[in-house]
Design a protein around this ligand. Structure first.
Ligand code: COI
Length: 327
C-alpha cells in the first residue's frame, strides 16, 4: 500500500526517510495541499497523511472513497479540520497523532512570561539600541492566579510546569483529572473568568468551544487579564479581542494561532499584500504577541508526528488496534 504524505515541509523529509526504513513503508512525499484533484490522481487503495493546514471535508472524503482510499492520518493532535462524522459515514478510518505535550507547554509558559515582562516592546527597542526601561515594568508570575482551560495532556503539562513558579493555579475541565488535584484547584469556567490574572486555553475546537472567548466572556474577566492561546484560533472571537485590547480590558495577548490562519501560517508572505485587516491590526499592538502556529515545532514533536502518522495508518490497515484512531 502506498502512503501519500501531503503538506510535507522540508524539515520533515529526513524523518520521513527514516520512517520509510523503520516501517518498511512506501511513502510518497508531496509538499502541496491535498485537493480533490490530487486525490483523483492517486493510486487506488492507498493511504493519505495530511498536516491540517487545509480542511478535509465532504468533497475530499468523497474523492477518497471513490479511489477506495480508506486510511487517513493527520500528523497533528487537533482534528477539527476533518469532518469525522462524514469520514465514518463513507467508511474512511482516521487517526491523529499524540506527540509529547512538552513543546507546546514550554511555548505557552514562554508566551505568558513574554506578556508579563512586556518582552515584545523590549525586543523592538533593543533592535534600535534603545535600552531604556520606561514602560517595561513587569509582573511576577508567583503573585498571580493562572487559569488553565482544559487539562488534557497539554493543559496538564502546563499545570505541572507552572507549579514550579509558585503561582495559584485554577483549572477547568469537563472531567477533573485526579492526578492534578494536588497542584490545581478545579473550578467552573465562570470562576476562571472571575478570578484569574492569566487565562490559557488548551481545549479542542468544537461547536461548543468555538468563540468561547467573546465579548460576553471577556466582560467577566479581570481588567488587564492576560490571555494565552496555543490551541486553536477559533476559540477566540477576533472582533471581541480587538475591542478588549483597544480598551485595555485585555492587558496582554499571547497567541500562537488565530482564526482563519490557513494561507498565512508557515508561509513566507513578506512580498505579498497582506489583506487580513483584523489580524494585521491586532498584531501591531505593543502588548499582542502573535506567532506562526509554532508551539508544536520541536525536533522531538516533528519526528513523532511523522512516525505516529505512518504507524497509525499501518495499524489501521493491518487491523491492529491504533492508539490514536478517531473513527
Ligand atoms: C496540532 O498538532 O494540533 C497542531 O496544532 C500542529 C500544527 C502543525 C497544525
Amino acid at each position: 500500500m502506498k502512503i501519500y504524505a501531503y503538506e510535507v515541509r522540508d524539515d520533515e523529509i529526513d524523518y520521513f526517510t527514516q520512517a520509510q526504513k523503520k516501517f518498511d513503508a512506501d511513502i510518497i512525499l508531496k509538499p502541496q495541499l491535498l485537493t480533490c484533484g490530487e486525490i483523483r490522481a492517486l493510486e487506488p487503495h492507498s493511504a493519505i497523511s495530511i498536516l491540517g493546514l487545509e480542511r478535509c471535508d465532504k468533497d475530499e472524503l468523497d474523492s477518497m472513497a471513490m479511489q477506495d482510499i480508506r486510511y487517513l492520518a493527520t500528523r497533528t493532535v487537533g482534528y477539527d479540520h476533518i469532518d469525522l462524522e462524514y469520514a465514518k459515514k463513507v467508511g474512511i478510518h482516521v487517526c491523529n497523532v499524540g506527540y509529547a505535550p512538552d513543546g507546546v507547554a514550554d511555548f505557552t509558559i514562554m508566551l505568558m512570561l513574554m506578556c508579563l515582562r512586556n518582552y515584545k516592546q523590549a525586543l523592538w527597542r533593543a533592535h534600535v539600541n534603545d535600552f531604556s526601561l520606561n514602560g517595561l515594568m513587569g509582573r511576577e508570575l508567583s503573585g498571580l492566579t493562572v487559569g488553565i482551560m482544559g487539562t488534557g495532556r497539554i493543559g496538564a503539562r502546563v499545570a505541572r510546569d507552572l507549579s514550579g513558579f509558585g503561582c495559584r493555579i485554577l483549572a477547568y475541565n469537563r472531567h477533573p483529572v485526579k492526578e492534578l488535584e494536588d497542584i490545581v484547584t478545579y473550578v467552573t469556567q465562570e470562576e476562571i473568568y472571575r478570578q484569574c490574572d492569566i487565562i490559557t486555553l488548551h481545549l479542542p475546537l468544537t461547536q461548543e468551544t468555538c468563540h468561547m472567548i467573546n465579548a460576553n466572556t471577556i466582560r467577566k474577566m479581570k481588567d488587564g487579564v492576560v490571555l494565552i492561546n496555543c490551541a486553536r484560533g477559533a476559540l477566540m472571537d477576533m472582533d471581541s479581542l480587538i475591542d478588549a485590547v483597544e480598551t485595555s480590558k485585555i492587558g496582554a495577548l499571547g497567541m500562537d494561532c488565530v482564526e482563519n490562519e490557513e494561507g498565512i501560517i508557515h508561509l513566507d508572505r513578506r512580498t505579498d499584500i497582506f489583506s487580513d485587516r483584523k489580524l494585521a491590526y491586532l498584531r501591531q499592538f505593543k502588548n499582542v504577541v502573535h506567532t506562526q502556529h509554532m508551539a508544536f515545532y520541536t525536533d522531538g514533536a516533528v519526528r513523532s508526528m511523522v512516525d505516529g502518522a505512518i504507524q497509525g495508518i499501518l495499524d489501521m490497515a493491518g487491523n491492529r488496534s491504533c492508539r490514536t484512531q478517531l473513527v
